[in-house]
Structure formats: structure tokens, C-alpha cells
Design a protein around this ligand. Structure first.
Ligand SMILES: Nc1ncnc2c1ncn2[C@@H]1O[C@H](COP(=O)(O)OP(=O)(O)OP(=O)(O)O)[C@@H](O)[C@H]1O
Length: 586
């Protein structure tokens, strides 16, 4: 195909293109304009850079013009003479990186800086895991009989003890948290001081909350000294809070000149961390700090640019990689021990295996996973389709009937409707599903949505508010305070307690009976009802489906057209980035 349609150019891309064109002092201004615009556009789509191979020798049709892009050698010549593109050395707005990759300078700095920081941490293994006392405790915490699959959890522990950088990768329930808690106990040693100062963090408030709860539970059950137990933190914070984000600036108080005061840092849900944040985080670690990343590289990549965890894991798999021995992949699912169709389905979807996925989803096998036809539209007269109304009643009645905020919050996490898109016709998006939920629950007399903060309304926070300590993705429930008869919004706090916020102090938020799959990352529910748009959409991908399926502990119902579902399973998304290469060939 000689032509590329570029009709979704946004004003901001066009402006950036124009800016670069005006700055340039060489030939081919039209080419530079459109390339700069494409780089800006690529970032919006999650890519870190633009691969010039994908446009060289093509005719690009924007809404307003046609631009012929020269073949690669000539194109590289145009770029090098433009006065706006460096090879990474100078301070120009664009950078031609390795091979044929074109970056905004800031992203090239982040990517090459992160690659260097990772490789430096991989240089010399440290620590002495063979020390006798430790080995004894290691064998006690990771007894050979408790695992199959070659003792991967123990291998992950040894790797984390030896290195300043390690990754424990794996799907849900594979024991990442269990393993890291044991590692922290091993590091802490009998007197609890061996791990130095320990911090735990996650990219979102919700994920930090889950990590805190999970670690508290795991460490209570641990066979170790009280001193070692005390050394393991009870609370995880968000990465932004750990780094002390300066509100409104995109900058952090902690950085190379003011490193984090920790000796050991654990980051969970690392797949959600975008390139710029990961770079800022690595830059803020002191050289001797031990870093352990946990995450599932098969999940949706970060909302912002990059697929850092995926790139690290991919680089580690290749022969000769300096990362060899830094990444352990846990495969056995302990949460669904004895096999579960949810994890089989997740694996089949992740592997792009359409037939196998559809086979597992065959209706009425009673196996916890089922595919049903999409909902047809709804209107005021006909009401919500009966099957959806039943699901909403069954899923949400328990939390609405709960007598106090703690049990309501607990019950609310048993069920969630997940949409692939926020807004779509009828019941194909999150907006329609939320409206349907309110209608069904109102008719059943379970809610009275005549005021915005009605008793029982679930809300999800949509922005970070540092002064209120509420973060994007935090989910709360409105509960009428019986003492003053005023509504309060209740949230789980990272230390395991509950906090109430007055509605007028709530940052930007939305109703959350249904949320997008993107926003469900880092959460888990007993039952998930996933609704896909009726037709294939560019948003659908196997990573999206995998992420939704792996949110469920007990059951998943998918509402989709089998064709659209199959197309999504076939579609893997790869983000353009140079990180893997930079890790392999420094
Ligand atoms: N080696 C093991 N033997 C028996 N049970 C285990 C083992 N490892 C983990 N488990 C159990 O499996 C469950 C899931 O473990 P854990 O929460 O650590 O997984 P995870 O990978 O962190 O999951 P998620 O990504 O969903 O947070 C826990 O109940 C844990 O006690």
C-alpha cells in the first residue's frame, strides 16, 4: 500500500508539526511537518516513537494535504540536515534514535536513561544468599514440596536477594505477592534490619490498596521472627506519592539529586507504569537500593506511552541478554488451584487462540466462563433487558442492603460490569450500563437517585487530588451518615481503615456500577460481566480481553458478538519502542 490515510490528525499534532517546520533550516519542510505530527500522534496511541520504516516511500494523506515521504536513506538525509533532529547528543526537539526510530527528545532521554539505569543495576549481583541462616530460612519459606514448576517462586527469591534489580512476572494468583513478602522477610533477617528501609508502591491508589491488604494478610501468616514481620511495611503508596509529585508541574521532589531514602523498594502492577514515570522513578533510586518489580506483562500496557514491563521481559528472554537471570516468570495459578476455566480462557485469549477460547466459552458448561449475545438497545418503555436487570440485581443488591460502610465496600467488590468503551450506543458502553443499573435499582426501590449523592451511589475518582489524598481510580460508596443525616463518601484507606469524605470535597468523579476495562486494572472482583461493542473496534485487542478476564476470581460473562470477539482475540497490539533493543545492545 503506497498511501497512508492520516485523517485523525489532531490540532495539537498539527501545531507541533507546524512548529517543527518553522524551526527547521533544511530542505523538505512539508515532510518534517507531517513526520513531527505523526510522532506526536504516535505518543497519544501509546507508542514511544515513530518507526520511519512504516512511512518511508509512502504518500501520506492528511485531511488537508498529500505529502510524499522519500525512501529511508534519503529521508534520513533530510532529517540530518533539518537542524531540528539530533542523534541524541544535542538539544533539539526531535531525535533519530536507533535504526529508524524518530522520537520527541523528552522520550528519547527517558528511554535511553531508563535502559542505562536498568543495565547498571544488572551489572554486579550483590548480597550473599548462601549465608547459612538465610539458606535455612529460604528452605523453610519456600519448601520444595509446596511448588511444582521447578520451584519458580524460590528461584524468584534467590534472584531478588542477589540483585539490585529483579522482576517477578506472572498472571493473577501466581504468588507474586506471597513470594515478595517472603523475600522481604528473608532480607530483613532475624533481627529485622537486613533489608534496611523498605517501601512498597503501585501506580494507582486502587492497586496500592490491594497490595497493602494482600501484604498484611500474607505477612500475618508468615513463619518468621516478629522483628522481620515488623520490618515489612503495612502500607503501600502510589508511585506519585512515593516520589512526592509537585502538584500541577509533572515534576517530583525525589530525583537524582534527592534520592528516595529506601534500601529496598517493591513496585506492584508494574505493567501500568508508563515510560516517563518509570524513568523518573529509576532516576530517584539510590544506587545501592534493591528494586523488585511485580507485574503481568500480558496485561494492557500503560495508558501513557510505552510498554516498559513487556519490553523488559521480552529482552530478558533473548540469548545473551544482560537481563538474563533478573526476570522470573511464575506460571502456576494457586488461586484457582486444581485448574479453572478462567485461567485457561485467559491463557487461550492471550495466546490468540480463537477456537480454544470460543470452546471454553461454550454456553452452560457451568465452568465460570460464558459468552452470550450482545444486549440489544433499551428504552424507557421496554426497560433494561431482563437478563441484564437480573445480573444487576444479583450483583448489586448485597452491597445496597449492607448495614454499614465497611460491609458495603466489601460487598461492592464482588461484582463489576466492565465495558470496553466509555460511551457507545445503547448498552455497548459504560455510560449506558451505568444508566441501566440506576434504572433497575431505582425500580426495585434499592436506590433513590433524585439527589446526586444518593445513598448507595458508587463513585470512581477521575483525577489525583493530593490534598484530599484521593487518586484517579479510587472507588468509594455514598452512605448516609445516620448521625447527621448527610451523605458521606466512604473509601478504603491503605492502612486497612475506612475514611469518609464529604461529597463537596470529592475531586472529579463518575458513577461506577460499570467501569472501563482500562480503569479496572489493579482491581479484582468475584464476578465480572464484560460488555463489548457490537462491532469490531480499534480499541478491542487481546490484551484488553485478557485484562478484563483476569479481573475475575470466580466467573466471567462476556456479552459480545462471536465475530467481534474473535477479531479482538486475533489482534495483539505491539507498541513501537526502542527499549528492548537498547537493553540488548547498549
Ligand atoms: N507456593 C504456594 N503454595 C500454595 N499456595 C500459594 C503458593 N503461592 C501462592 N499461594 C496462594 O495463592 C494465592 C495467590 O497468591 P498471591 O496473592 O501472592 O498471587 P499474586 O500473583 O500476587 O496475585 P495478584 O496478581 O492477583 O495480586 C494466595 O492465596 C496465596 O496464599
Amino acid at each position: 500500500m503506497k498511501y497512508i490515510r492520516y485523517e485523525d490528525e489532531r490540532p495539537i499534532d498539527r501545531q507541533f508539526g507546524g512548529f517543527i517546520m518553522r524551526l527547521s533550516t533544511g530542505p523538505g519542510k512539508g515532510v518534517l511537518r507531517v513526520l513531527a505530527s505523526l510522532v506526536s500522534r504516535a505518543l497519544e496511541g501509546g507508542d514511544v516513537c515513530l518507526d520511519l520504516q512504516s512511512v518511508a516511500g509512502r504518500e501520506i494523506m492528511t485531511g488537508e494535504e498529500h505529502v510524499s515521504i522519500p525512501e529511508l536513506p534519503e529521508l534520513l538525509d533530510v532529517l540530518s540536515r533539518s537542524g531540528v533532529v539530533s542523534d541524541g547528543g544535542g538539544n533539539l526537539p526531535l531525535v533519530k534514535g536507533r535504526g529508524s526510530l524518530l522520537y520527541l527528545q523528552r522520550y528519547h532521554v527517558a528511554e535511553s536513561g531508563l535502559a542505562r539505569a536498568i543495565l547498571n543495576r544488572c551489572l554486579e549481583p550483590q548480597g550473599d544468599p548462601e549465608k547459612e541462616a538465610r539458606t535455612a530460612l529460604l528452605l523453610q519459606l519456600f519448601p520444595a514440596e509446596s511448588e511444582d514448576g521447578g520451584g519458580m517462586q524460590r528461584a524468584a527469591a534467590l534472584q531478588a536477594l542477589r540483585r539490585r534489580f529483579s522482576v517477578i512476572a506472572g498472571g493473577p494468583g501466581t504468588g507474586k505477592t506471597t513470594t515478595v513478602v517472603k523475600i522481604l522477610a528473608l532480607l530483613a533477617g532475624e533481627d529485622g534490619t537486613g533489608g534496611g528501609r523498605i517501601a512498597m508502591a503501585a501506580p494507582t491508589g486502587k492497586a496500592a490498596l490491594r497490595l497493602s491488604g494482600s501484604v498484611r494478610m500474607q505477612k500475618a501468616a508468615l513463619h518468621c521472627t516478629d522483628a522481620a514481620r515488623r520490618a515489612i511495611p503495612d502500607e503501600a503508596s502510589t508511585l506519585h506519592r512515593l516520589l512526592q509529585a509537585v502538584p500541577g508541574t509533572g515534576r517530583f521532589r525525589h530525583g537524582p539529586l534527592n534520592p528516595l531514602p529506601y534500601d529496598t523498594v517493591v513496585v506492584d502492577e508494574a505493567s501500568m507504569v508508563a515510560l516517563p514515570l518509570m524513568h523518573a522513578f529509576f532516576s530517584a533510586l539510590s544506587p545501592s537500593c534493591r528494586l523488585i518489580l511485580l507485574g503481568d506483562p500480558d496485561q494492557l500496557a500503560s495508558v501513557e506511552a510505552g510498554a516498559v514491563l513487556g519490553d523488559i521481559c521480552a529482552a530478558a528472554r533473548l540469548p545473551g541478554s544482560a537481563l538474563h537471570g533478573s526476570v522470573t516468570v511464575l506460571e502456576r495459578n494457586y488461586r484457582f488451584d486444581g485448574g479453572s476455566d478462567i485461567s485457561d480462557l485467559a491463557r487461550a485469549v492471550n495466546g490468540g487462540r480463537v477456537e480454544e477460547s470460543l470452546g471454553l466459552l461454550a454456553p452452560d458448561r457451568g465452568n465460570g466462563v460464558v459468552l452470550r449475545p450482545p444486549y440489544v438497545g433499551w428504552n424507557e418503555r421496554d426497560g433494561v433487558p431482563e437478563e441484564l436487570a437480573d445480573a444487576i440485581m444479583e450483583g448489586y443488591r448485597p452491597f445496597l442492603e449492607a448495614g454499614d460502610p465497611p460491609s458495603a465496600l466489601l460487598a461492592f467488590d464482588r461484582f463489576r460490569m466492565l465495558g470496553a468503551i466509555g460511551d457507545g450506543p445503547g448498552l455497548s458502553g459504560v455510560r449506558g450500563l451505568n444508566m441501566a443499573a440506576e434504572q433497575v435499582l431505582r425500580r426495585a426501590g434499592l436506590i433513590d437517585p433524585s439527589s446526586p449523592f444518593y445513598h448507595g451511589r458508587p463513585v470512581m475518582v477521575r483525577e489525583n487530588d493530593y490534598s484530599m489524598r484521593l487518586f484517579n481510580g479510587d472507588t468509594g460508596i455514598v452512605f448516609n451518615d445516620p448521625e447527621c443525616d448527610a451523605p458521606l463518601v466512604w473509601f478504603n484507606a491503605p492502612d486497612g481503615s475506612l475514611r469518609a469524605v464529604a461529597p463537596e470535597r470529592l475531586p472529579k468523579h463518575e458513577t461506577a456500577y460499570a467501569v472501563t476495562i482500562h480503569k479496572s486494572q489493579g482491581s479484582e472482583f468475584d464476578a465480572v460481566l464484560m460488555v463489548l461493542p457490537r462491532q469490531d473496534s480499534p480499541l478491542l485487542s487481546r490484551e484488553l480481553l485478557y485484562t478484563a478476564i483476569t479481573r475475575a476470581r470466580r466467573s466471567v460473562e462476556i456479552r459480545a458478538d462471536p465475530e467481534a470477539l474473535s477479531a479482538a482475540i486475533r489482534k495483539g497490539t505491539a507498541r513501537v519502542s526502542g527499549l528492548k533493543d537498547a537493553l540488548l545492545n547498549p
